[in-house]
Design a protein around this ligand. Structure first.
Ligand code: SF4
Length: 196
């Protein structure tokens, strides 16, 4: 990818823990349905490209799930073009950048499509359920803060607080910024955390 990072297909499973919530939910939807709608494919596909997955491995990634529900022939007919398009190998041949947070927050996910930013589109009830199911159990004060940021429309600040919550034990929290600005930055900070 542009900054020279590279990630192998076989490493990907271990990296899911570093995905921001938006990408984690799309990924879980893919694993559950063995399919994803267009907007989710672009959002997750460009993110994966941004973390350094090659086009070859990206095709393997999508194939692994989609072939549980369709033939290889249909997959190749309907989906290879879009994957290569993201990498600038088809159509306009633009090296498309992964979506930033403001871009994702501005998306309008179709019903039952987990694209977009969950700090915006999730109901408070579903958001709270996600927090309660986290391995790193938040206390009531943290839950209330996150819900109030979410309800106030402060998606990127809420996302940063969420990052702090799921990456505990740092002497200095990730408070360098006033909010997460890019899903790929969220991932990068998380990678750094796990490397400490
Ligand atoms: Fe994803 Fe950005 Fe929303 Fe966080 S704030 S969930 S990284 S779109």
């Amino acid at each position: 990818n542009q900054d020279g990072t590279h990630i192998e297909f076989d490493e990907l499973k271990n990296k899911i823990k570093s995905f921001p919530l938006c990408m984690k939910l799309i990924y879980e939807k893919l694993i559950q349905d063995h399919h994803l709608k267009h907007q989710g494919r672009i959002q997750l596909g460009l993110f994966l490209k941004g973390i350094g997955l090659s086009v070859h491995d990206s095709i393997r990634f999508w194939k692994q799930e989609f072939l549980k529900k369709m033939t290889e022939k249909d997959f190749e007919k309907d989906y290879i073009y879009g994957i290569k398009y993201n990498y600038g190998l088809e159509g306009k041949r633009v090296n498309w950048s992964p979506y930033s947070c403001p871009k994702i927050i501005g998306l309008k996910p179709a019903p039952d499509d987990f694209s977009g930013c969950p700090f915006k589109f999730l109901s408070t009830h579903n958001f709270k359920q996600i927090l309660l199911n986290l391995e790193q159990k938040p206390n009531e004060e943290q839950i209330n803060e996150l819900i109030s940021l979410k309800e106030g429309g402060h998606c990127q600040v809420a996302c940063q607080r969420y990052w702090d919550l799921v990456h505990p034990g740092l002497d200095e929290p990730l408070n360098k910024l006033s909010g997460i600005e890019h899903p790929n930055s969220y991932f990068k900070y998380s990678e750094e955390y796990y490397e400490i």
